[in-house]
Design a protein around this ligand. Structure first.
Ligand SMILES: N[C@@H](CCC(=O)N[C@@H](CS)C(=O)NCC(=O)O)C(=O)O
Length: 203
């Protein structure tokens, strides 16, 4: 078993946090994104999409996509449940995980990719106007999430889940993306402080 990882990138971080919450240790190999190791032949043979994370199983199977990797470990190590328990909770976790990934994580990634000078070469063509539009989308979603958290302890209800991990990583990435924290979103701030205090969230 081998996890192809990168310590600076947000998607592999989701997997690391998930494993830490479960208490699972997996051997990892750092892929040097800054020096384009992921675009070389060796890593392209592992993931043709040239992205991390990727998980190599002992039979040679490669699993990519952060959530697919997390689901694999959830099946093998069901406790603590991080994709919900029972039909309703599982559906709500899936719903919030997708909402947060598409509504918050993706816009923040686009802000970084299209506005940050460090991404100019890697992105090929940066479109600053697109980055600016994505700032607004991320902030709109934070407002919606803030209202949602008025009545809920965690993203998908009363239990911590993968949806919280995706939101926590997205919000942590705002700083790198140079997106200022909007001070008025008090409920997200309350949730953020509780999530950050979990021992697993330091991974
Ligand atoms: N949908 C994939 C996204 C993976 C992804 O975009 N990984 C980034 C790091 S956060 C990457 O490898 N980027 C390299 C590049 O864009 O060249 C997942 O959920 O794992």
């Amino acid at each position: 078993l081998l996890l192809y990882d990168n310590v600076w990138a947000p998607n592999p971080r989701r997997v690391r946090l998930f494993l830490a919450e479960k208490g699972i240790e997996v051997p990892r190999r750092e892929v040097d994104l800054r020096n384009n190791e992921h675009r070389g032949d060796a890593f392209t043979a592992i993931n043709a999409l040239q992205r991390v994370p990727a998980l190599e199983l002992d039979d040679g199977t490669i699993i990519t996509e952060s959530i697919a990797i997390c689901r694999y470990f959830e099946e093998l190590h069901p406790e603590p449940a991080l994709f919900g328990r029972g039909a309703k909770e599982r559906a709500l976790v899936e719903m919030w995980q997708r909402r947060i990934e598409l509504g918050l994580f993706a816009p923040i990634s686009h802000v970084f990719r299209h506005l940050h000078p460090a991404m100019a070469e890697a992105e090929g063509q940066q479109i600053p106007a697109w980055g600016e539009v994505q700032k607004g989308r991320a902030l709109e979603f934070l407002d919606l999430f803030d209202r949602h958290l008025i009545g809920h302890r965690f993203a998908a209800g009363e239990a911590f889940s993968i949806a919280d991990i995706t939101a926590h990583v997205a919000i942590g990435f705002m700083r790198t993306a140079r997106l200022p924290w909007p001070d008025h979103i008090a409920h997200v701030a309350r949730w953020r402080d509780e999530i950050a205090s979990r021992p697993g969230m330091a991974a």
